[in-house]
Design a binder for this molecule. Structure first.
Ligand code: SRM
Ligand code: SF4
Length: 561
């Protein structure tokens, strides 16, 4: 592609001196809380986003002050796992340097917000002390690798779980920029030492996401990823993975060239080296063929659709030097977390805590943050984050269960988790206001109150126990995966949402727009109407999503599996 067609971000990457940019100079500039525009693109590869407090924009503009800039930092946690010691460290870092709220993301990791420029370096150093980093959690590169989080899902969960780490390591960038800038490692004299055969100087055309699922619970929403690996297990042995490519959810309002797409299964591969090689080469194909001029059309899904899945499979086989086998059968029967106490095959105990929209804080409802700290301080439970924004206190020995249970009861976590309605437990919202610069409408600050208004409607129709997956995002980027919900809200402007309906329980069907730009009154009216019909006309055990498809309220789009 000629230089002139490259998008501006491509040039920034190429000229960034191995993702260093002028970050050091930007950090030293005390005139502003911001960093230079080019550095804002580069710093993403180090796991940070520059943001500002959108609630305070007007007030600060009136006082002729610059926006209140700060940074969000996102950790790299393949499979979403932390030791109790690492949780204590994260708790302390959050309290000292950020807003204090710890956010579990929809991709199984943690974000801290409100980090001032001067505090970035001490924060990264403190994380490093705890063996944690934020490398490549943002930017045009492979992101945090997901894996089904509950060890009860399979007796060989650990074996499969380790792939998340292996894949994350395999796809890490080679540059030492992170270590030099934040951890004071000596500068490399010979830049050849960080030559990167995978990413080269231009990295990928766009972000890249990988997830591993252990059927039958599609808790990671595997088909929403650029690469989805579906573990195939026979007689408690990992036979290999079905590989799905080209998932991605984002759209842009008014841009008909953009669309949500579920990944297509292209074949099966044996575990080990063959799996890793296949993943690596899918990235090289995207590196070489992805769109580098229009970032709206740069994700793998557009490359797959441009060249076709047959071409893609052949090109992959050429690069890996062996043929993929035909995909193996699998089924999904769920897409949710197992709340409360569960035991795995080894007799270890797990408690899944409901965390509304992944926000860990002490509020008027529940002192969740204090409770989790006390649990962590016992050193007797690991922390596993789920893609539904919850936390599993995990790997608890039989003799320690009583102690952990006492802490959960003392802080009323069990009452909180048990007492939460089914619809709320099945809900998810993205961050949106006040930190997300792309938000058009509220999401995590609004969905809880909307659900409080939907609960009485469900009660009216005796549908309170019905599993209905409801999700909200503040814009069409889809961070809360609202396009695969049974009821999805997508922000269009402040207080207004497109209402999508018709996803299934398994993550195998996209929903569709049902009504556009509704305010709260209109949303509640539509929900009342739809639930009323659902109550009267549903077939036995039919889910809400299946019902609206059967009634042809929307057209169906299912995955190629
Ligand atoms: Fe996302 C951008 C938050 C999962 C699609 N996402 C953003 C940014 C960084 C806004 C920005 O670019 O400045 C948001 C930061 C908000 C804040 O203040 O923290 C943001 N995304 C999130 C999180 C935190 C939502 C949450 O509440 O949990 C999730 C963090 C995941 C992680 O740990 O890595 C998050 N984002 C997702 C998902 C869901 C998923 O991956 O399963 C999607 C849809 C799937 C997909 O990628 O297609 C998603 N985020 C996007 C996009 C659209 C990408 C595209 O293909 O066009 C953007 C905008 C962009 O990249 O330009 C975006
Ligand atoms: Fe921000 Fe939009 Fe993502 Fe929500 S969906 S976090 S509003 S980019």
């Amino acid at each position: 592609m000629s230089e002139k067609n490259l998008s501006p971000i491509e040039k920034i990457k190429l000229e960034s001196d191995g993702l260093r940019g002028t970050i050091v100079q930007s950090l030293h500039n005390e005139v502003t809380g911001a960093i230079s525009e080019d550095d804002q693109a580069v710093i993403k590869f180090h796991g940070m986003y520059q943001q500002d407090d959108r609630d305070r924009r007007d007030e600060r503009a009136e006082k002729k002050l610059e926006r209140l800039y700060s940074f969000m930092i996102r950790l790299r946690l393949p499979g979403g796992f932390l030791t109790p010691q690492q949780w204590v460290a994260t708790h302390n870092i959050a309290g000292e340097n950020t807003t204090g709220v710890i956010k579990i993301t929809t991709r199984q990791t943690l974000q801290l917000h409100g980090l001032f420029k001067s505090k970035i370096k001490p924060t990264i150093q403190a994380f490093n002390q705890a063996n944690l980093d934020s490398i490549a959690t943002c930017g045009d590169i492979n992101r945090n690798v997901l894996c089904s989080s509950h060890p009860k899902q399979s007796e060989i969960h650990q074996e499969i779980f380790e792939y998340a780490d292996k894949i994350s390591e395999l796809l890490m960038p080679k540059t030492r920029a992170y270590y030099e800038i934040w951890l004071d490692e000596e500068k490399l004299l010979d830049k050849k030492q960080e030559e990167d055969p995978l990413y080269k100087d231009g990295y990928l055309p766009r972000k890249f996401k990988i997830a591993i699922v252990i059927p039958p619970n599609n808790d990671v929403d595997v088909l929403a990823n650029d690469i989805g690996l579906i573990a195939i297990i026979e007689n408690n042995k990992l036979k290999g993975f079905n590989i799905a490519i080209g998932g991605g959810l984002s759209t842009t309002h008014g841009n008909l060239d953009t669309y949500a797409r579920l990944a297509s299964v292209i074949g099966f591969v044996e575990p080990g080296e063959k799996t890793l090689k296949s993943i690596y080469e899918i990235l090289t194909i995207q590196r070489d063929y992805g769109n580098r001029s229009d970032r709206k059309l740069a994700r793998l899904k557009y490359t797959v659709d441009k060249f076709g899945t047959d071409w893609f499979r052949k090109e992959l086989e050429r690069r890996i030097g062996f043929n993929l086998e035909d995909a193996k059968p699998f089924t999904f029967s769920d897409r949710k977390d197992y709340y409360g106490w569960e035991q795995n095959h080894e007799g270890l105990w797990y408690y899944t805590v409901f965390v509304e929209n992944g926000r860990i804080l002490d509020d008027e409802k529940v002192a969740l943050k204090s409770a989790l700290l006390e649990v962590a301080k016992t050193g007797k439970a690991n922390f596993r984050f789920t893609c539904n924004q919850n936390v599993i206190l995990s790997d608890i020995k039989k003799e320690d269960k009583k102690l952990i249970n006492e802490i959960l009861e003392k802080f009323r976590i069990i009452e909180h988790t048990d007492g939460t309605s089914v619809i709320r437990k099945n809900s998810m919202a993205c961050v949106a206001f006040n930190t997300c610069p792309l938000a058009l409408a509220e999401a995590q600050r609004y969905l809880p109150s909307l659900i409080s208004k939907i609960e009485p409607i469900l009660e009216k129709y005796q549908l309170s126990d019905e599993d209905i997956i409801i999700r909200m995002t503040g814009c069409p980027n889809g961070c809360g995966r609202s396009y695969v919900a049974e009821i999805g809200f997508v922000g269009t402007s402040y207080g207004k949402y497109n209402m999508h309906i018709g996803g299934d329980h398994y993550g195998l069907r996209l929903n569709k727009i049902y009504k556009e730009s509704l305010d709260e009154e209109a949303i509640l009216h539509e929900i009342d109407d739809l639930l009323g019909h659902f109550k009267k006309q549903r077939k036995k055990k039919e889910s809400f999503g299946d019902f609206v498809v059967r009634k042809q309220l929307i057209n169906e789009t299912v995955a190629e599996i």
